[in-house]
Ligand binder design. Structure first.
Ligand code: GLN
Length: 188
């Protein structure tokens, strides 16, 4: 088993550290040839979705990754990664992979409340640490999407088949349970 980590921008090293802790092999996707390696899951890290969206197109990643996600390869997406997956971005003219039938709002907490930490319930796991950094949240979901976490009335984590996405950063805290759950999806 091997996981591919999108490593063009943002917090990909932190995901790699999580995978190291879990003893999971991974490859970094930095250039087009990296897509030729064999892997069974994809991690889309946090960062800046506009920059990542531009780079995945310029580097020639877009079609291959979209096909892999659509054909069922497990994907874990955090923060900007969630924006890359969302079918609709409320306050942006651009969507990216658009494989996850949800609407997200970028920088949804505004500038003041941009970053915060809390512990809250994640469906199927329990209380986990949640670090939000200029986070989006989900404002609408379509049929088939399962809600996994909320922050008051806002949806902060969902799953949809092979796609597991959240607006916070589990890779920045010590708790490995989200990554563990993703690894179990990849193992199946
Ligand atoms: N604000 C970023 C965006 O809109 C996401 C922030 C993050 O990934 N921590 O792309």
């Amino acid at each position: 088993m091997r996981v591919a980590v999108l490593a063009v921008q943002g917090a990909f090293l932190e995901h790699e550290k999580m995978l190291d802790r879990l003893g999971v092999d991974y490859v970094e996707l930095r250039k087009k040839e990296d897509l030729k390696q064999s892997y069974n899951g994809i991690i889309l890290p946090g960062g800046e979705s506009t920059v990542q969206g531009k780079l995945i197109r310029e580097l020639g990643f877009y079609d291959t990754l979209k096909d892999q996600i659509q054909s069922g390869m497990p994907v874990l997406a955090t923060c900007a990664g969630l924006i890359l997956l969302a079918q609709k971005v409320e306050n942006d003219d651009r969507s990216h992979f658009a494989t996850l039938p949800v609407t997200v709002k970028r920088n949804a907490y505004g500038r003041q409340l941009g970053s915060f930490y809390k512990e809250d319930t994640f469906e199927g796991i329990g209380k986990i640490p949640m670090t939000f950094i200029r986070a989006p949240y989900i404002t609408d979901i379509k049929e088939g999407v399962t809600i996994l976490a909320r922050d008051k009335e806002f949806i902060t984590a969902v799953s949809y088949g092979n796609q597991l996405a959240m607006s916070f950063h589990p890779e920045l805290d010590e708790d490995t349970r989200i990554h563990q759950q993703f690894v179990e999806m990849v193992e199946k």
